[in-house]
Design a binder for this molecule. Structure first.
Ligand code: PMP
Ligand code: GLU
Length: 393
């Protein structure tokens, strides 16, 4: 009777948001929890973006916006793609949405028919598999491990392709592993895809700027890929604008048109004030946000150094984003303080209960040997959190 639809019942709750909510709840009960579960920059939005938003309020941007975004914002996005990624997208190929999460959802709904398979190199970002399932697609996980720096090889891609494969989805820099695909690695994947022209690629580049190696590569820029790639991006991470909810795509025109049609029935378009402020964000030179990237870089080095001291943690060296994704499978089957650790979820729960540190189980990302630690937290918090973890393992 009072039950939600099967669709909702079959959906998992976002593990990242659930862990963040749990940490918040424990904190409200008075517990001293250090939250390293949520991937959310801990900086304020840069002043020049705030000023643009204030100006937009005063300029009475109050009405419904065009469903696919203000024309001048789409032009700014087009310029950004050209400037940063050497990708030429006309404004007809761009759709602005309520966060990159909605952009991804739109694309799944527009491209997938029931039963279509979507290749997800694992670890993948939590929401991919549930978004695919909501669109009645079938997620096909391709497991990778720390041995290949959590990247899918061309051989693995080829082996996962079936006549039902409709899409390949991945993020680079990757949430949760922080791995960054080089141009050569993307060319290797593109070489395989050449043989399967019906497969659409979703390239989630939301961590583009948080790259410590420099040199972001978009798969849409590789020979033969442009007409079949959707490039997803947004302002949540680079500009610390998570709550303002703006994401966007550059895509083949038929996909962009479908996304706009869908959005027209579901949201009517993204928030007007936030859209105006994003023009300022995207027109700014990269130097304006470099201080945040430098800070993430320093924290990454600190976290790697501290985690490297903990026996049983096998740690990758992430080149981007703000996560480390240690393999903690050496604890499986062991007992810690009377608690048996059978899997990564047990381990994450153990850290929450015994060290008061919130992380996220790798199971949510399709990698059951790992946990995700977000280092979008201050240095003192990171030091304290890792000292606590060390003390209980
Ligand atoms: N893709 C990845 C890989 C992410 O980590 C996130 C962060 N939540 C998103 C998409 C969605 O970002 P947004 O806040 O723009 O919805
Ligand atoms: N991308 C972030 C994360 O992975 C934000 C949470 C979310 O949107 O699920 O933690």
């Amino acid at each position: 009777m009072n039950a939600p639809s099967e669709r909702i019942q079959n959906m998992s709750t976002s593990a990242t948001l659930a862990m963040a909510a749990k940490a918040r709840e424990l904190r409200n009960e008075g517990k001293d929890i250090i939250g390293l579960s949520l991937g959310e920059p801990d900086f304020n939005i840069p002043d020049f973006i705030k000023e643009a938003a204030k100006q937009a309020v005063d300029d009475n941007y109050r009405a419904y916006t065009p469903v696919d975004g203000y024309a001048d914002l789409k032009q700014a996005i087009s310029n950004k793609f050209q400037r940063d990624n050497h990708l030429t997208y006309t404004t007809h190929q761009i759709v602005v949405s309520t966060g990159a999460k909605q952009s991804l959802f739109n694309v799944a709904m527009v491209v997938l028919n029931p039963g279509d398979e979507v290749i997800l190199p694992a670890p993948y970002w939590v929401s991919y598999s549930d978004i695919v399932k909501l669109a009645e697609g079938i997620p096909v996980e391709v497991p990778t491990s720390i041995a290949t720096d959590f990247k899918m090889t061309p051989e693995q891609l080829e082996a996962a392709i079936t006549p039902k494969t409709k899409m390949l989805w991945f993020s680079s820099p990757c949430n949760p592993s922080g791995s960054v695909y080089s141009k050569e690695e993307l060319e290797g994947l593109a070489e395989v895809l050449k043989k399967y022209p019906e497969i659409i690629v979703v390239s989630d580049e939301i961590y583009e700027h948080i790259n410590f190696k420099g040199g972001h590569n978009s798969i849409a820029g590789i020979d033969g890929m442009y007409d079949r790639t959707v490039t997803v991006n947004g302002v949540s991470k680079a500009f610390a604008m998570t709550g303002w909810r703006i994401g966007y795509i550059g895509a083949p025109a038929w996909i962009a048109k479908g996304c706009t049609k869908l959005q027209g029935q579901v949201t009517s378009g993204a928030n007007a004030i936030a859209q105006r402020s994003v023009i300022a964000a995207l027109e700014a030179p990269a130097s304006k946000i470099q201080y945040m990237i430098d800070e993430f870089h320093q924290r990454r080095d600190l976290v790697l150094q501290l985690l490297g001291d903990i026996a049983g943690f096998k740690v990758n060296v992430p080149e981007g984003a703000f996560y480390v994704f240690p393999d903690i499978s050496s604890f499986f089957g062991k007992e810690l303080r009377g608690v048996t650790i059978n899997n990564a979820s047990d381990f994450a729960l153990y850290l929450l209960e015994h060290a008061s540190v919130a992380t996220v189980t790798g199971e949510a990302f399709g990698s059951p040997n790992c946990i995700r630690i977000s280092y979008a937290a201050s240095e003192p918090e990171l030091k304290e959190a890792i000292a606590r973890i060390k003390a209980v393992v």
